[in-house]
Write a protein that binds this ligand. Structure first.
Ligand SMILES: [Zn+2]
Length: 272
């Protein structure tokens, strides 16, 4: 990944997605912003316990430094599902300044509409950004353990292939900063759900330090879902940045016992 700092805000960007002139994307960090205390820095999530006025000012600052009008930011009401919504003009700007107007009940957003910035909020869960360079479609996904087990990344690619006539070889993917296999220890409940899902692969879950504990590699799991449907491994970039190991730089639920802010991944098609 590359980093860039503008007016105190530090953004991360995938090298593979940066090569497309007509695409804008970013992953925010904690650097910059008005929030204080547990939410120190650029908290972009409303209703996590932070002062919503600070969150609004943080979103406005992100808008200012990216040059994307705040009314083009499009948020969803993430619910750890594998539900996907295609964002049309009428949904552009949903949730940008008031969470209650977010796109309902969805963890995957896709669009072929210009100047519509799809945004996913995270703090340990995996943000996945996708771009179809031939059909000019952008997508953003929220893949925590539930979304990953319910195959959200694979389902998004299947929908692009089925509804948009995408070809997997034209799809580029970035798997963003999130809790890494170094830190993501889960219990029997998650392991059981994973086994029951019918979707199991090598190198995704490995034994933990104690009996009944397992390490869940969400990066590898989401990469595998892309590869299974034909996305070229060379088109997939993994940030390999663990949010729990780097909780000064990124909000991490596990590092802060769920009392923390949210950073975001955004992607937008620009007019050529
Ligand atoms: Zn870690």
């Amino acid at each position: 990944m590359q980093t860039t700092e503008i007016s105190g805000i530090k953004l991360y960007q995938f090298e593979n997605l940066l090569s497309f002139d007509n695409l804008v994307h970013f992953i925010t960090s904690r650097k910059g912003g008005y929030s204080k205390g547990e939410f120190q820095g650029l908290n972009l999530g409303f209703n996590v316990g932070d002062d919503n006025w600070n969150v609004f000012r943080n979103r406005k600052k992100l808008s200012d430094i990216t040059g994307i009008p705040i009314e083009n930011f499009t948020f969803s009401e993430q619910c750890h599902s594998s539900n996907i919504t295609f964002v049309r003009n009428s949904l552009r700007g949903c949730g940008a300044t008031d969470e209650k107007y977010s796109v309902k009940n969805t963890d995957g957003l896709a669009t072929s509409i210009f100047e519509t910035c799809l945004i996913i909020q995270v703090a340990d869960c995996v943000p996945v950004l996708l771009y179809d360079s031939e059909k000019h479609i952008a997508a953003a996904l929220h893949a925590g353990w539930k979304g990953t087990i319910s195959y959200i990344t694979g389902k998004m690619i299947e929908k692009l292939l089925h509804f948009c006539s995408s070809r997997p070889e034209n799809i580029y993917a970035g798997i963003g900063p999130s809790i890494g296999p170094c830190c993501y220890e889960v219990g029997e409940d998650v392991y059981r759900e994973y086994k029951l899902s019918g979707w199991t692969k090598k190198n995704v879950i490995s034994p933990g330090k104690e009996q009944g504990k397992y390490y869940f590699d969400l990066w590898q799991a989401n990469k595998q879902q892309l590869i299974d449907i034909g996305v070229k491994p060379g088109n997939i970039e993994i940030a390999s940045i663990c949010t729990k190991c780097n909780s000064e730089e990124f909000f991490s639920s596990r590092a802060s016992y769920n009392n923390t802010g949210r950073f975001v991944a955004g992607i937008m098609l620009k007019k050529k």
